[in-house]
Design a protein around this ligand. Structure first.
Ligand code: CA
Length: 385
């Protein structure tokens, strides 16, 4: 009996010693690595470089800083193993070819807004904004805890593209108009830059919707090609100089209540990354998504104050009958979209179900709180009104 057990005991002993030695070496190596912050001597690490193409003019604050922030985060988190180079609109591909560039592998990544691809993928509108739909907080809840992201992946999978939320602006402004809107009749004949499902709604309400990239808006307004434009909100509209080309600034952003942007990743390029770099891409995208909302929340009011005090901007609420007409046409546009496209129907079911639930809870939380706060704090006034 004794002889039979001796050998296994000896083997186990050697194994334990070997494991302990390897373990100690590994711990020691980890310490060395942490201390120096560099790679271990002799360690072969492949440096990967990705191109990220965007729909924004290069260097545009706000929307355009999101991909730059993402690239910086990925570089820092991966200790330089993955470098993401950001290209502005037109540097590698024109703004509205960003999705195709990522699908075809011309670039590994893109940053833009999903509703720009509405012509190719009708249901993409759910991933930027739905008129009278969810706010940023609600969208993030739906995406990450309500099944929205899984459906988005399903929507883009046939194109070999993997989507991630890429920032949110919060509730946008209804836009800049070169004339006052007194009633819904004033929408007749108005040419407006307004993309996505809202463009269809605007057209059905009497206007003409035009799709223009950010870099084209200022000149189109200045030369009278368009009469009105929605872009984002005070912070980013000011960076485009829109207060110089229109006087009337309308709210609220009925059409983009929680406008979300997207990171698109070429699925093959993503699959080729080691697991830790995949997690870094995902984590950096998630951080950037929240960071943009934080930045816009902080800066919109500062910019609005500047617009109202240092420029001739006139702030106006959309008249109720304008909102009513837009709502009626938004319902029809959504019904048409669902009838024509099975994926739109599937995503809409999830979106609408989540909206119904979250709206119910927000009635007694977000709204109830804002009402309670308004009861006790001094009333808010704006200088031009
Ligand atoms: Ca917008």
């Amino acid at each position: 009996m004794k002889e039979k057990t001796l050998l296994p005991v000896a083997v186990i002993g050697v194994l334990v010693l070997w494991l302990a030695t390897v373990g100690l070496w590994a711990v020691d190596a980890q310490k060395m690595d942490e201390r120096s912050g560099d790679r271990l001597p002799g360690e072969q690490v492949e440096a990967i470089e990705w191109k990220l193409v965007t729909t924004w003019p290069k260097g545009l604050p706000g929307l355009g800083s999101a991909p730059e922030n993402f690239a910086r985060r990925v570089g820092e988190m991966s200790n330089g193993r993955l470098t993401v180079r950001v290209y502005g609109a037109g540097e590698v591909v024109p703004p509205f070819e960003v999705f195709d560039a990522v699908a075809q592998g011309v670039a590994e990544m893109g940053h833009g807004a999903a509703y720009y691809w509405k012509g190719k993928i009708p249901a993409s509108v759910f991933y930027t904004a739905v008129p009278f739909g969810m706010t940023a907080q609600e969208m993030n809840g739906w995406l990450h805890y309500g099944g929205g992201l899984e459906l988005w992946r399903e929507l883009y999978a046939p194109f070999g593209v993997r989507p991630f939320a890429g920032g949110s602006t919060g509730v946008q402004m209804a836009g800049w108009f070169n004339r006052e809107l007194k009633s819904a009749a004033d929408l007749d004949g108005l040419k407006m830059r307004i993309p996505g499902l809202a463009g269809e709604v605007f057209a059905a309400s009497g206007g003409t919707a035009v799709r223009l990239a950010g870099g084209e808006i200022y000149t189109s307004m200045q030369t009278g090609v368009i009469d009105a434009v929605e872009w984002v909100g005070p912070y980013n509209d000011r960076t485009l100089g829109l207060m110089q080309v229109a006087e009337y600034y309308y709210y609220p952003g009925w059409h983009e209540p929680g406008a979300m942007l997207e990171f698109t990743v070429n699925q093959d390029a993503f699959d080729q990354l080691p697991q830790d770099l995949q997690a870094i891409v995902e984590g950096a995208a998630r951080a950037t998504n929240q960071d943009m909302l934080d930045e816009f929340t902080a800066r919109n009011n500062q910019s609005l104050t500047t617009l109202l005090t240092e420029h001739s901007t006139k702030l106006r609420p959309l008249p109720d009958d304008v909102l009513d007409v837009l709502y009626i046409n938004a319902v029809s546009a959504l019904e048409r979209l669902k009838a024509d496209d099975p994926m739109a129907q599937k995503i809409a079911a999830s979106y609408e179900d989540f909206l119904e639930g979250v709206r119910r809870y927000h009635e007694i939380s977000e709204r109830a709180y804002l009402n309670a706060r308004d009861r006790v704090l001094p009333p808010i006034s704006f200088t031009d009104q």
